[in-house]
Design a protein around this ligand. Sequence first.
Ligand code: MLT
Length: 330
Amino acid sequence: MNNKKLMAIFSAVSITLMSSNVFAQTFKMAIGDAAGGTQWELATKFSEMMKEKTAGKVKIDLFPNGQLGNEQDTVNDAAIGLLDFSVLAINNVTPFSPTVGVLTMPYLIQSADEAKLLTQGPIGKELTDNTIRDAGVRIIGWAYSGFRVLTNSKRPVKSPADLKGMVIRVPRNEIMIASYQAWGVNPTPMAWSETFTALQQGVVDGQDNPYVTVYAMKFNEVQKYVTNIRYIFSLEPLIISESVFQQQSPNIQKMILDAGKEATAHSFTFLKNTESSIRNDLEKKGMVFVEPANGEKEWIDAIKKNVWPKFYGSIGGKDKFDHVLKALGR
Ligand code: MLT
């Protein structure tokens, strides 16, 4: 083939690609939980939306169950451009972006609607900007997973005193570690990807996560008792490497942001439609549900006294916390 012909073919191909303004590409997305939970719903919806918006030119390969590393490692990998996307719990972003810790301040968020208000309004926008600055990743969507409840394999727990002698796994998150300390136990910080095995082998006796996560991870096979504490409403962002985002054309960037919003809306509806039936399924599978004593008063009092004041600094100051409380009408 002569040079002229080659040039003609090359420019025809370029024109086709440029006219659609989308180049065929495949991205990798890490997912901390097993398939079937809220993280999976967010991820699959996002990837479907991207496929639809780009007429199949963008494909997203999903890697559930921590296959691409533990959740905290995926933040590092995305920050340096080794990984494109990750869906993980917000508590595993906080070590890299301390101001998002406000979303894991225990007993701050008291309902799914409050979680939506904070993440989708100006406070969520500010936290997203801070996370780009501090962690090199951009939050483009949210999974709403419900309250983190406490599970254990030993006995019914109603009050913090009932935790005495139990080994409880927590994420490597200072606010959550301090919460258990305020309840009188010294918890064991452990990566999410190691938690099922640690529960199964009895290295730890308990942990906390929402019903939907307990179900997706099959924790009912290794845990018996559930205490319905409502200390943290679990929020699980979809993040993209900021360097990968910046490499995309404005057209693709817009599609990514729009798909993230659509997947977020889907996640909210998914939780509303499935949470109580998942709770009932867990009961049918043998889990025993326990309500905290005295309307959770002892749990709440210990946190407000010993945990809130300790973390005002890291989340941006007491004024910032008060501003968030005010946004929630408190
Ligand atoms: C954790 O407990 O580390 C996470 O919240 C688990 C999750 O991502 O679902």
